[in-house]
Design a protein around this ligand. Structure first.
Ligand code: GDP
Ligand code: MN
Length: 389
């Protein structure tokens, strides 16, 4: 059988963990020193700058550094961007909120191919020296077989924690991490370090996920070309791939298109007709994004931040017909997204159906200068097209 495995970047793994309810530091991914500075400003000044390359040992290679303020973040990002770590050039860095670490633990699930089942691996001695610990004191790294029929129950999670000498409070995270693995068909989910913070929270400070799928997560071609046209095409491919990978990681039905109006809707049929209406207004849709019939506020927030990160997008049209997910939940999702995403492009929202009035009131209260509401799908599309022109 041909093996299909694809490693994700740390920031993609972080999103999966976050989505699965595992605590992760607030963070943004950027590709320039200036953007690192701006991200640090949004994250409260002091940050950690982390090279995004698909290899471990970034810390030891100088690819993970603290910065005390936004100016330092810019300088640090300038040093890390372009760095070579084990043959991987750093094109992007993650700017993350620093965490006050009390203890560093190790926790992972990996496929034991010989046995054809998953193993939990847990150790109270996580951190950058885990390989040495595993090599010289294997007894400090517990390996616990998972019964595929049972998965990781509460009792199993407690057993894993006890075997690895992890504090019992990690049991919830152990179960959520297992759910992340099963939800995404991952071959490996590894958190090193999983930390206990000064406040006693259990936070995933790093994440590695290997998916059993290389169709959706094709390796971007990073090799720089002197030819500028080709370089631009590479950039576009890279953007497309990273957006599509993020969408897949977040479980969103997303297809990148070539236009400038970002489109978000619930239900494939509604999104399809929204694309048509946008085209009818003389504009071109930048994407197809279906947040689904049962979309939560969280899914809305993920979808919106994804579409806003598409550099081609000039305006965003959110077209929702409230059903299982009522319009007020969608409006909440938009408000939540704007907590973490700075709106730099106009957003046109059309809410209809279940709890539409409540949803409109929530957006009305937000009174954001870039958020516009429209009563009809045609009106909304016309407005979004105009704003993108
Ligand atoms: P890796 O070296 O590629 O595994 O990268 P990591 O993401 O694991 O970072 C390396 C090390 O940096 C971690 O093992 C931590 O000890 C440290 N580190 C990263 N972020 C933070 C942070 O927010 N606070 C503290 N105290 N240490 C951090
Ligand atoms: Mn690590």
């Amino acid at each position: 059988m041909r093996e299909r495995a694809m490693d994700l970047y740390e920031h993609q793994a972080r999103e999966l963990l976050d989505h699965g309810g595992v605590l992760v530091p607030r963070a943004e991914v950027v590709d320039s020193p200036e953007a690192a500075r701006a991200a640090a400003e949004r994250l409260g000044g002091r940050v950690v700058i982390k090279a995004q390359v698909k290899t471990g040992g970034r810390g030891k290679a100088g690819g993970v550094k603290r910065a005390e303020d936004p100016a330092a973040a810019e300088l640090t990002a300038r040093r890390i961007l372009g760095m070579d770590i084990k043959g991987h050039t750093v094109h992007r860095v993650m700017v993350a909120e620093p965490v006050e670490v009390e203890r560093e633990l190790y926790l992972g699930f990996t496929l034991d191919r010989a046995a054809g089942r998953f193993l939990a691996i847990a150790s109270a001695e996580g951190g950058m020296e885990i390989e040495e610990v595993a090599a010289h004191r294997p007894e400090a790294v517990a390996r616990i077989a998972i019964d595929p029929a049972e998965g990781v129950t509460g009792a199993k999670a407690a057993e894993i924690a006890a075997a690895g000498h992890l504090p019992p409070e990690t049991a919830g995270t152990i179960r959520r991490l297992w759910t992340v693995l099963t939800t995404h068909d991952a071959l490996l989910v590894e958190v090193n370090p999983l930390v206990v913070t000064r406040d006693g929270a259990i936070v995933a400070l790093d994440g590695k996920v290997t998916l059993d799928d290389n169709a959706r997560f094709r390796q971007p071609s990073w090799d720089g070309s002197a030819d500028r046209t080709e370089a631009r095409a590479d950039d576009r491919d890279r953007t497309r791939e990273s957006l599509e990978a993020r969408a897949a990681a977040a479980g969103l039905g997303y297809v990148k298109l070539d236009g400038q109006v970002g489109v978000i809707g619930n239900g494939a049929g509604l999104v399809m007709s929204t694309l048509d209406v946008v085209a009818g207004c003389g504009a071109r849709p930048a994407d197809f994004l279906d947040i689904g019939g049962g979309a939560s506020a969280r899914v809305m927030a993920d979808g919106l931040s994804l579409v806003l990160d598409d550099p081609d997008v000039r305006s965003v049209l959110v077209n929702v017909f409230g059903g299982i997910t009522a319009c007020d939940a969608v409006a909440d999702g938009i408000v939540r997204a704007l907590d973490t995403v700075t709106l730099t492009k106009p957003l046109v929202v059309r809410l209809d159906g279940n709890n539409a009035a409540r949803g409109r009131a929530i957006l009305g209260q937000l009174a954001h200068p870039l958020v516009h509401q429209a009563d009809t799908m045609d009106g909304a599309a016309a407005r979004a097209a105009e704003l993108a022109a």
